[in-house]
Design a protein around this ligand. Structure first.
Ligand code: NCD
Ligand code: ZN
Length: 345
């Protein structure tokens, strides 16, 4: 029985670090285990220009604990006013690694997102030319579309048309939650990648809604039926290069989660690696964990894999603090609902 595994140091291909007090409180959780992360730009106001991204990167670097080595991979938030030249310059200088598409109103701080896809066409075409990936929050926002169907409808109405009209554009389907998304990803060539979160591998919609409402399991895209969770588990543990980890760790204070209209987001950064090891072991796929967390993402983004390694050891249940404290109040750490036996050394 395997009791220890050593992996290339993992990267997180979708992470929310926020800013200010929250940034300083949550960054160590990621920097302890991960070498790099794609940093989501949905601040208030959003990270729209290369100057915004440069400023945000500096704030992240100065919030890093002494001696920790972590590289934030910056993104720009695509708006209908985005200047393709600014995007190209930010890419050429190495400042940004992707551009993020939020359909307007789809999720937390997405009010500046895109409503008219024709207005961003020049930017998408430029990105295809220069090989800069587009990270996509894949949900339509139409009020007549059921929230559990928003991802599947987005694939048909928005994503597939973008793929057809912008050949060569590298696209990441982010935080996929349905078998429809898994099937679509598998139908596409190597210019399409898909990230899967830790929490969507271990919860389905019953965890949120059955036996009392559990705000800490509420995130967007919302967790779906069990059959979809199983499709995600199959994809993540398949070893296929198109699937890689994007935790979507999205901290909100408990005060902002536990409201009549609470925020969406699960804070999984502290215990993600232990949860993933447990899940991959359960599926007899520990040998596929390194590909998912450490190899497939760099290959998609054309970046080197990390030289350093991390080791996980199996033993007595590991406990993580239930909260991370911030000056604005506690942030609850995601509870997978089962024992974690894998400890990151
Ligand atoms: C994210 C956030 O809080 O910024 N929330 C979430 O539920 N995942 C936004 C997002 O990625 O949709
Ligand atoms: Zn996110």
């Amino acid at each position: 029985m395997t009791s220890q595994i050593t992996l290339r140091r993992p990267d997180d291909w979708h992470l929310h670090l926020r800013d200010g007090n929250m940034l300083r409180a949550v960054l160590p959780s990621t920097a302890t285990h991960f070498a790099r992360a794609i940093i989501m730009p949905n601040l208030v106001p959003p990270v729209v220009t290369s100057a915004d991204a440069a400023g945000y990167r500096d704030r992240i670097l100065s919030a890093l604990p002494e001696g920790s080595i972590f590289e934030p991979l910056m993104t720009l938030y695509l708006t209908e006013q985005t200047d393709p030249d600014d995007v190209a310059a930010a890419h050429a200088s190495g400042l940004i690694k992707a551009v993020k598409l939020y359909p307007a109103g789809a999720t937390t701080n997405s009010a500046s997102g895109v409503s008219h896809f024709d207005s961003v066409r020049p930017t998408l075409e430029r990105m295809a030319e220069i090989g800069l990936p587009l990270c996509v929050h894949g949900e339509v926002t139409d009020s007549d579309i059921d929230i559990f169907d928003r991802e599947a409808v987005f694939i048909d109405r928005v994503l597939d048309p973008i793929r057809r009209t912008t050949p060569g554009l590298r696209v990441v389907m982010e935080h996929i939650t349905t078998s429809n998304a898994v099937d679509y990803a598998r139908s596409q060539d190597e210019t399409l990648g898909a990230t899967i979160t830790t929490h969507h591998l271990v919860i389905n919609r019953n965890h949120i809604l059955a036996g009392g409402i559990k705000p800490h399991y509420y995130c967007l895209p919302v967790a779906k039926r069990e059959e979809h969770r199983l499709a995600l588990r199959d994809a993540a543990t398949s070893g296929e290069a198109r699937f890689f980890l994007g935790t979507d760790s999205a901290p909100h204070t408990d005060a902002n989660k536990l409201l009549p209209c609470g925020c969406a987001g699960c804070f999984t950064a502290p215990n993600t690696m232990s949860i993933l090891a447990q899940a991959f072991e359960e599926d007899g796929a520990l040998d596929k964990l390194e590909g998912f967390t450490s190899l497939n993402g760099p290959a998609f983004y054309g970046l080197p894999v990390n030289k350093e390694t991390i080791t996980l050891t199996k033993g007595d249940p590991v406990t993580y603090p239930s909260h991370v404290e911030t000056p604005d109040g506690p942030v609850t750490v995601f509870d997978p609902g089962f024992d974690l036996n894998w400890r990151v050394e």
